[in-house]
Ligand binder design. Structure first.
Ligand code: NVA
Length: 311
């Protein structure tokens, strides 16, 4: 049975080693193949799930995934308002640690994730924040491992808005040694600190990183990834039409796929059809969006089994 060493939380991709990511991918695939072997892995364990933002896949895949591991999931929605408003995040963490064996949190600010981990006494899993979406990235690399025989030879490009999803993908790719191209309009590129971390990881792993505004520099790719042009928390109706105009040359469509010679298109969903991706491409055979959606559950279960599984 695969084990992942020395993981106490799952907060951000840059805190993971190459070996830990590879072991989590292997474990996710093992759980997917033989879920019955893990049906009691979380028996007697409860997981508190905080959601400050809306969610379909994350909520359902954690809830049903925890159930498949024999554990109990508790959903804490937005009725408690923004974390830190009704009571301090540190107190929230200490209270939840009295009852729950782990905390899953989708939050507006990365700082809330950090504080939950710092002040709670149970493992914390980042289920999306403004900077990272590490559960999605892990599921996406499971999907890439299923579609390509040698993960380290895959060329992955992300086209669109640099956001939590692209940050996590870029960091994981650069740790794993996967060549990664990020194409974003000017003014919508990655956080410099995160880009520098990825460049440093790439120097160790050998991953080639290209960050550009020029869509003609996309080059040849195996997989092209895109996500919404406007992430949760960034919505501003007054800016929407300007954003659509700025991003329209960056739409992922059949023409772009053909130009790059890419065989698969990836999307974390929800998809904004005819904006970042055409309906025709999203619905095509090339799309692995639903494979990745399913893999969210297996990837997260690998994280849960690692952090709090019964021996
Ligand atoms: N970048 C998106 C991802 C949604 C799963 C957002 O933060 O809204």
């Amino acid at each position: 049975m695969t084990t992942v060493k020395d993981l106490s939380h799952y907060l951000a991709d840059d805190q993971l080693s190459k070996q830990q990511i590879l072991d989590l991918i292997t474990l996710a695939i093992a759980i997917k193949k033989t879920p019955e072997n893990y049906s009691q892995a979380l028996a007697g364990k409860s997981v508190a799930m905080i959601f400050e933002k809306p969610s379909l896949r994350t909520h359902v895949s954690f809830d049903i995934g925890i159930n498949k591991l024999g554990g109990h999931a508790l959903y804490l929605g937005q009725q408690n308002g923004k974390l830190g408003e009704r009571e301090r995040v540190s107190d929230y963490a200490k209270n939840l640690s009295c009852y729950a064996d782990a905390i899953v949190a989708r939050v507006f600010e990365n700082n809330s994730i950090e504080q939950l981990a710092q002040h709670g006494s149970v493992p914390v899993i980042n289920a999306l924040c403004d900077l990272y979406h590490p559960c999605q990235a892990l599921a996406d690399f499971v999907t890439l491992a299923e579609n390509f025989s040698d993960l380290e030879k895959v060329k992955l490009a992300y086209v669109g808005d640099a956001n939590n999803v692209s940050n996590s993908l870029m960091l994981m790719a650069s740790i794993l040694g996967v060549d990664f191209t990020l194409v974003c309009p000017e003014g919508f590129g990655p956080d410099l600190n995160i880009a520098n971390k990825a460049i440093a990881f790439g120097k160790v792993s050998g991953a080639k990183l290209l960050l550009t505004h020029d869509i003609t520099e996309l080059g040849s790719q195996d997989a092209i990834y895109t996500d919404t042009w406007i992430s949760m928390g960034d919505e501003d109706p007054a800016k929407k039409s300007a954003i659509l105009a700025t991003f329209s040359p960056y739409q992922v469509n059949h023409k772009l796929m053909a130009k790059a010679g890419a065989s698969i298109v990836m999307h974390c969903q929800p998809a904004h059809l005819e904006e970042e991706i055409t309906t025709k491409l999203f619905d095509s055979e090339m799309s692995v969006a639903f494979q990745s959606a399913e893999n969210r559950m297996w990837a997260q279960n690998a994280v849960l089994v690692t952090l709090l599984g019964n021996e």
